[in-house]
Design a protein around this ligand. Sequence first.
Ligand SMILES: Nc1ncnc2c1ncn2[C@@H]1O[C@H](COP(=O)(O)OP(=O)(O)OP(=O)(O)O)[C@@H](O)[C@H]1O
Length: 470
Amino acid sequence: MFRKLPGDEAHHLVSTTPDTAVVFRPAVVTTPAIVTIVIFAWRLLAGAVRLLWRHPIAAAIVAAPCVLAWLYGWRVALIVATLPVSALVPWALFDRPSFNAWIGWRLLAWWRLVWVYRRHWQPVMIISGLGRHVRGRDYLPRLVKVSCTSWADLVTVQMLTGQAVTDWSDRIDHLAHGFGARSCRVSVARAGRLLLIFPRHDPLATPLAAVPIPEEASVGPVEIGTCEDGTPWRLKVHGTHILVAGATGAGKGSIIWSTIRGLLPAVRAGLVQVWALDPKRMELSFGRPLFGDRYAASPADCADLLEAAVAVMQERADRFAGLQRNHTPTVEDPFVLVVVDEVAFLTAYQSDKGLKLRISAALATLTTQGRAVGVGVLAALQDPRKEVMNIRNLFPDKIALRLDESEQVDMVLGDGARDRGALADHISPIPTQGAGVGYVRLECSPDPVRVRAAYVSDADIRAMAGQVTA
Ligand SMILES: Nc1ncnc2c1ncn2[C@@H]1O[C@H](COP(=O)(O)OP(=O)(O)OP(=O)(O)O)[C@@H](O)[C@H]1O
């Protein structure tokens, strides 16, 4: 029986059975050199035809000057070759965004495909365990496409048959370091196909100044910062509850204040009321005039204020019953946003059991029943463990800022979020680089999005308070 085997596999064919004199040694026919040369020449030709077929424009760009030089001499070829360059250079200099959209990112993607991904594909796949080396043959996932944006390479991959997304998400470190990137994120493009995102640089590395106060009074999603792809980060506040988790100094305050800033025109118009619970007496006390008498700092006052919010909620629920299912903010029934800084002070770390029970019950009531009647909760905490925050699952929207431990990421964003690239435990503890940076999971997608909240300074807060009281 004849069998074609690649490379050195023929050496492994010799089989012996220990302790016996019988040795099986199949005949190995060495291929004559001329056959190998013909095969290689054929492959070269096929490769050249495939290249022409797949990249006709690139091939024409290289071939045209050569043909012109051959037909009309090198001077004509040089003039024709420099004409497009002399048009492209001013385009690139004077209108970089459109140049990049049409040419720049495509050229970069081609270069990254050839120089980074195709070159390292085989070793990275085999060493990370995503490819298989079976009987001398490599079975590798297929590198389908590379495209570039201003900040990242997007690599489309066809998985091997039988592979699962978790096979890839478990190996994001191998992939990132293998292809020389800082990190890697995995998302599903379609059945069997993945999109790997390799950031080339960090567009969120510098702090963002406070977002200008909007002109219009609105409770719609408020712009509070920037997403990694450069689009504005808009946080939905009305009709949901938000939990912000982050270690000390992670920038929870910037999310709270940016949200209040975005709602300021609506506060002035009477469409929104912000109720503040500030058990640390630090974060929210700066903007006290913004909250009027709806500000509480001591645990007893916080319990009273939360119960008052529950009363508002229940009164509205009674009134709306059978008439309307959703809340529309009006001056009579404004949207009430209950902001709680360091909620664990009021729940887990509260020594007075009676107060603790009252506060936990009020928070649970608000988060389970408040959103349809226009009462929302925005709570911040440092430690997202269940023992500390047993109602964290009642918050539909969660934001993970810098966290101390990798396990905490999934506690905040849900199972598998860290494997998909939400590396909240890797965010820099240096405030200028990492404060306000975090990951969110938007309702429409299971993939975490990296974001940075704008920094609202103390002076900004005072100016905001001045505007409301004026
Ligand atoms: N979005 C941001 N951009 C840049 N720097 C920020 C941002 N947010 C906060 N900072 C810086 O980080 C410091 C800590 O921020 P902040 O007090 O909001 O953190 P925190 O998470 O509320 O911490 P703690 O839980 O200890 O109160 C701030 O003093 C500020 O200098």
